[in-house]
Design a protein around this ligand. Structure first.
Ligand SMILES: Nc1ncnc2c1ncn2[C@@H]1O[C@H](COP(=O)(O)OP(=O)(O)OP(=O)(O)O)[C@@H](O)[C@H]1O
Length: 236
């Protein structure tokens, strides 16, 4: 579903991403781990078409965002560290607005409310202004949009940064549910322990390179931590 093929990105003489190749299939979670500046966000932005690769391709369901931006956008949902919502609108109104923007045809009230509920928002919050939502609740509106839109892939850039442990646990449980619906999930994170818990595959990045791609079911948290530290120490 998501396929990075020899993906490279330079900013002038600075190489942000160097020949990165990996795939994320339907029903898989691929977590990108790495120090600040390793190239995680760059990878995500290339799939979104927010920037153009210097070489290589970031394909979404066989579509290249440079060639078929509409086809790519209709398949993806992006959740950044802090999701941008209209604080003056309610959770329901935000979802309705963004669903229409995403070309969901005539999203019914019942469907939108079901999505908010499936994303773990309590019914009494649907009609409250989002300005009064916690950060965890705001991120859930993003998941509700993914559900409404039936997004085939989720791109997440440190989505649980700043969430308390309970909210973070809930959010990761939601991701597992989306995975089980067949969604392909690519997530940049600094949370090694959560990555080990939820990922199908973990990619360890440093200075623009994908140093290791690890089957999450075949590594202990302690071994992953050692591998991470080893890869990062190598960068110094
Ligand atoms: N628009 C830009 N112009 C120049 N350099 C950039 C630009 N965007 C990113 N970079 C550089 O590219 C490299 C990769 O950045 P990127 O944001 O992908 O890292 P990251 O792994 O997501 O880091 P973080 O964990 O801090 O979010 C960094 O050295 C960064 O400074």
């Amino acid at each position: 579903m998501l396929s990075a093929k020899a993906l490279s990105k330079n900013h002038g003489t600075h190489c942000a991403l160097n020949n990165v190749t990996f795939t994320v299939g339907q029903g898989e979670i691929y977590c990108l781990l790495g120090a600040n500046g390793a190239g995680k966000s760059t990878t995500i932005k290339l799939f979104l078409g927010f920037m153009k690769p210097t070489s290589g391709i970031a394909e979404v369901d066989g579509f290249n965002p440079e060639v078929d931006p509409q086809a790519v956008r209709s398949r993806l949902l992006y959740i950044p560290e802090t999701i941008a919502l209209y604080d003056e609108l309610t959770g329901y109104e935000n979802l309705d607005y963004f669903a229409r923007l995403a070309n969901v045809e005539d999203p019914s009230r019942a469907r939108l409310r079901e999505s908010l509920s499936a994303a773990g928002l309590p019914a009494d919050s649907f009609d409250r202004r989002v300005g009064h939502y916690s950060k965890g609740m705001r991120q859930k509106v993003g998941i509700a949009l993914a559900i409404t839109k039936n997004a085939r892939a989720l791109l997440l850039d440190e989505p649980t940064s700043g969430l308390d442990p309970k909210a973070s646990t809930e959010f990761h449980e939601l991701l597992l549910r989306q995975r089980d619906r067949g969604t392909a999930i690519l997530m940049a994170t600094h949370d090694l322990f959560r990555a080990r818990q939820v990922a199908t595959t973990i990619g360890l990045m440093r200075t623009g390179e994908l140093r290791h791609s690890v089957d999450a079911s075949k590594i202990t948290t302690s071994d992953l931590q050692d591998l991470y530290l080893e890869a990062m120490a190598d960068a110094v």
